[in-house]
Design a protein around this ligand. Structure first.
Ligand code: NFE
Ligand code: MG
Length: 566
């Protein structure tokens, strides 16, 4: 008989996510992903000035704090047919890249590494051997035996005190935790260092964005970051070089710690390249824009269908009709009134809660579809689109990463292995490496442009009478994010956010097609139904953010059950 498990809430994520899974013969054969919170930001926007939308939408999330700001200003600019100055593009790109670097570091270490790394096992490691192993992976100066011994002493003090602090409630000693103690010790040491480096990325954002989280320097039409090399209170060379220093430090951590860790851990868990593929239709949007109109980009976007890289189709500009015309959201299984499937310009958001119904409505998330198909979004989508289109930077990092994984694993690991739980981690680390290079590049583009005497940052928007429609996208840390606006006489008539975690975590649609989380769990073995670590591994590999996905609050203060086995 099938056994049903409910994991509610999934922890180490933003927001409230419930996963239900049916297990038969030791494997998941059916799964449901349910967003358990609702916020209604889209409704708050109705009737407001479109120039304010970015400030409201940015509050959708405290994790991806910049991404809705960026998507929103692009959306209004698209509706008004505006271009923005080059400096504004570069400044927005720097915010985007640095935010992503911060986010990917936090995700790997704080939010998902402990699904793979057994903290308690690190006590058994030999620090000398750990240093030798780490030296074989990278030249990071923090990888000495002295440091590892100190980290081990810190873990021991925590364990002896009986208060594990951030490491409480892990599945320590779980049979699916198979890393050698030395790798565990190295990873815990890097977990602690990651806290410093994610902060440095945020510090760089604050220099250019006023503060972080939640930057203050965007505007419809550009940015409000005044540039004057001779003024102490504006963006000047002093601040730019401070940023450059921080970018360099973060880049060092990504190349010498994060990417090598993912390579080592991915190789040692190579079985997990066989699980978690789920939906292999992929969607990514282009980003790191290079011109005023949004027609040239440093990171490519497009779609791939059925895991076949030969089907790749590019999304080329901020005005791309292929993207604009093919997005819909379905509410057939979501707690909204109706059962329609509509284009975002035509949508509404009318909450209507029922209970959790396996075959009916069971989530606050809508189900986005592209040409009627569920799509997986995120770093893996962008990396695969780049790889399929021959994008040089992507190819360089994918090929070298797969070679290094193969060397550690002792078997040839090819690009097909990326369609998996481990593949999502590998792609995120690859994307972080690419963005650390691009942050340096766009810093230079900004400095060169200022050096040419261009201090322009803003084109004022004007709102004509009547109706305008527009959309804007951004490749956020969790994937393709788009906002859609209908403006009427200078006010917001309709505003819809179609968000990365909604693409990935959304429920079934009217045709019964499961979303990416749901599909990815099917076939996953579960060693111990009372401690479903494997569910966490695959769900965390997407980097869930439910605040983004449903843009709300749990109003009824329901009891939070960790795991319920029925
Ligand atoms: Ni709140 Fe966010 C958006 C999502 S970006 S984390 O948009 O999903 O990574
Ligand atoms: Mg929405």
């Amino acid at each position: 008989m099938a056994q049903r498990i409910t994991v509610d809430p999934i922890t180490r994520i933003e927001g409230h996510l419930r996963i239900d899974a049916e297990i038969a013969a030791g494997k998941i054969n059916k799964a449901w992903s349910s967003g358990q919170m609702w916020r209604g930001i889209e409704l708050i926007l109705q009737g407001r000035d479109p120039r304010d939308a970015w400030l409201f939408t940015q509050r959708i999330c405290g994790v991806c704090t910049t991404v809705h700001a960026l998507a929103s200003v692009r959306t209004v600019e698209n509706a008004l047919g505006m271009e923005i100055p080059l400096n504004a593009q570069y400044i927005r790109n720097m915010v985007m890249a640095l935010h992503t670097l911060h986010d990917h570091i936090v995700h790997f270490y704080a939010l998902s590494a402990l699904d793979w790394v057994d903290v308690v096992s690190a006590l058994k490691a030999d620090p000398q051997k750990t240093a030798a192993l780490a030296a074989g992976l990278s030249e990071w100066p923090g990888n000495g035996a002295k440091r590892f011994r100190a980290v081990q002493a810190k873990i021991k003090a925590l364990v002896d005190s009986g208060q594990l602090g951030p490491f409480a409630n892990g599945y320590w000693g779980h049979p699916a935790m198979t890393l050698p103690p030395e790798v565990n010790l190295m990873a815990v040491s890097h977990y602690l260092e990651a806290l410093d480096y994610q902060r440095k990325a945020n510090q760089a954002i604050a220099i250019i964005g006023g503060k972080s989280p939640h930057i203050q320097n965007f505007a419809v039409g550009g940015v409000t970051t005044a540039i004057n090399p001779d003024n102490e209170t504006t963006l000047n060379m002093d601040r730019l070089y401070w940023m450059k220093q921080l970018i360099g430090e973060v880049r060092g951590f990504i190349k010498q710690v994060y990417l090598p860790d993912v390579i080592a851990i991915g190789a040692l868990y190579k079985d997990w390249t066989q699980y978690g593929a789920g939906v292999t239709n992929y969607l990514a949007v282009p980003d790191m824009v290079l011109d005023t109109a949004g027609t040239k980009f440093d990171l490519p976007g497009g779609t791939i269908m059925n895991g076949d890289l030969g089907t790749v189709k590019s999304i080329k500009s901020f005005h791309d009709a292929y993207f604009r015309d093919n997005v819909v959201e379905s509410i057939a299984h979501a707690w909204y009134d109706g059962d329609w499937s509509r284009h975002p310009y035509e949508e509404d958001t009318v909450p209507k809660y029922t209970d959790f119904q396996d075959d009916g409505k069971y989530s606050w998330l809508k189900a986005p579809r592209f040409q009627g198909k569920p799509m997986q979004v995120g770093p893996l989508a962008q990396v695969l689109v780049g790889y399929a289109t021959g994008h040089e930077l992507t190819k360089k990092y994918v090929d070298s990463t797969l070679q290094r994984i193969s060397a550690v694993a002792g078997v040839q690991v090819g690009p097909a292995a990326l369609h998996s739980t481990i593949g999502r981690h590998a792609a995120r680390a690859i994307r972080a490496a690419m963005l650390s290079d691009l942050a340096v590049k766009h810093w230079q583009l900004l400095v060169d442009n200022i050096g040419r005497g261009d201090f322009e940052i803003f084109n004022p928007p004007t709102f004509p009478k009547g109706e305008q429609r527009g959309y804007g996208f951004h490749e956020a840390p969790r994937g393709a994010l788009s906002h859609w606006i209908v403006i009427r006489d200078g006010r917001i008539k309709n505003y819809q956010c179609v968000v990365p975690s909604t693409w990935n975590a959304g429920p079934r649609d009217q045709a019964g097609q499961p979303g990416p989380y749901e599909a990815s769990l099917v076939g996953t073995p579960i060693a111990d139904a009372k401690r479903p670590l494997e569910v966490l591994r695959t769900i965390h590999s997407f980097d869930p953010c439910i605040a983004c996905a449903v843009h709300m609050l749990d109003p009824d203060g329901k009891e939070m059950i960790n795991v319920k086995v029925v």
